[in-house]
Design a protein around this ligand. Structure first.
Ligand code: RTP
Length: 142
């Protein structure tokens, strides 16, 4: 999910492009204005953390781009592409390491396990919003 700061900063195409160029397949995508309740459900496991109110206020402050990507090892590789939670500890070449400097404004969320991805997909998408298709293997697609 591209968080409000990523959308506000005009980084949507930059972020989507990185996943596309890597070779991952887009399965679903939509611009959503999350309610506070949806933000709280999304970060349910962080309810006891002191930054939970600020985090969920921020997530519900402005539209986000919810996405589902698929492909070999996408959860682990996606997290690697995103970088560390604190952008200052994210390696150059990662999304956060290249594009962000503040933990609370780290522009993107990625599911941390297949299990949480399944939960989050169910939270953000209806089944009929997920597109099943094969990538074209014609030679003019690179
Ligand atoms: P995310 O869930 O957004 O992909 O981030 P993450 O796994 O890298 O980090 P997590 O621990 O799940 O934290 C979720 C988001 O909360 C904000 N945060 N603020 N100390 C703080 O102020 C603090 N720690 C975390 C970050 O925006 C983080 O992405």
């Amino acid at each position: 999910m591209i968080k409000p700061d990523g959308v506000q900063r005009g980084l949507v195409s930059e972020i989507i492009g990185r996943f596309e160029r890597r070779g991952y397949r887009l399965v679903a995508m939509k611009l959503v204005q999350p309610s506070k309740q949806l933000a709280e459900q999304h970060y349910d496991d962080l309810r006891e953390r002191s930054f939970f109110p600020v985090l969920t206020d921020f997530l519900s402050s402005s539209p986000v781009v919810a996405m589902v990507w698929s492909g070999e090892d996408i959860v682990v590789q996606g997290r690697a592409m995103i970088g560390a939670t604190n952008p200052l500890k994210s390696a150059p070449g990662t999304i956060r390491g290249d594009l962000a400097i503040v933990t609370g404004k780290n522009i993107i969320h990625g599911s941390d396990s297949v299990e949480s991805a399944e939960k989050e997909i169910a939270l953000w998408f209806n089944d009929d919003e997920l597109c099943t298709y094969e990538k074209c293997t014609e030679t003019w697609i690179y």
